[in-house]
Design a protein around this ligand. Sequence first.
Ligand code: PEP
Length: 250
Amino acid sequence: MRHPLIAGNWKMYNNVSETMRFFDDFIKLVENLEGVEIAIFPPFTSLWEAAKKTAGTKIKIGAQNVHWEEKGAFTGEISPNMLKEIPCEYVIIGHSERRQHFAESDETVNKKVRAVLKHGIKPVICVGENLKQREENLTLKVVLPQVRKALADVELLSGEEIVFAYEPIWAIGTGKVATPEDAQEVIKSIRKEIETLYNKNIAENIRILYGGSVKPDNIKALMQERDIDGVLVGGASVDPQSFYKICAYK
Ligand code: PEP
């Protein structure tokens, strides 16, 4: 039985003082919420404060990016062991904004996935097609190779150590959400692909999220689909009230 994961990607929002205010409100709101795992991905500068605020609560912390090397002359980069020390339980890898603006490729995604697994950090690996590809019916031809390349030479024990997020690029920050049926169809195909690469058990254990304009009013329908195990939320996760409403979708 896969445990639902509601993940909030703050992108480049919420500085340290805003982070403190967010958690002052949010921790009280989610205190009695059962049956969902909640993870928040603040910018690097707010990670430490977020970890301090959430220590002893059920809220998990993750980073939005990572480098694959342990240490070295890589100005501006952050290594997996630096994240582990925070401690981060998760890290987003291959978000479409990083693929689009910062030359993230399937190869760097794969290096990062392999590096963080060595430290016991769970990667949330993002895949998704753009609008042109969707209109040309190329969704699976784009997404499934992204999945395969992300997992090249990745050994999995149970499948619980990684998470995928299917995020159609045309739905991110646009207000255009994929229909639950469309999201389900792609996510089911991703699971089938993982079964081909590993086995049925691992495929059934891996959590696959949907991301793209998730809001309090569309989460419920998405979560009713069999293969959608949670959501990756951008814009609507920055404010404690709206993110709480998403977490309390049941
Ligand atoms: C995201 O940043 O991963 C995302 C899905 O953004 P939004 O919810 O704003 O579309």
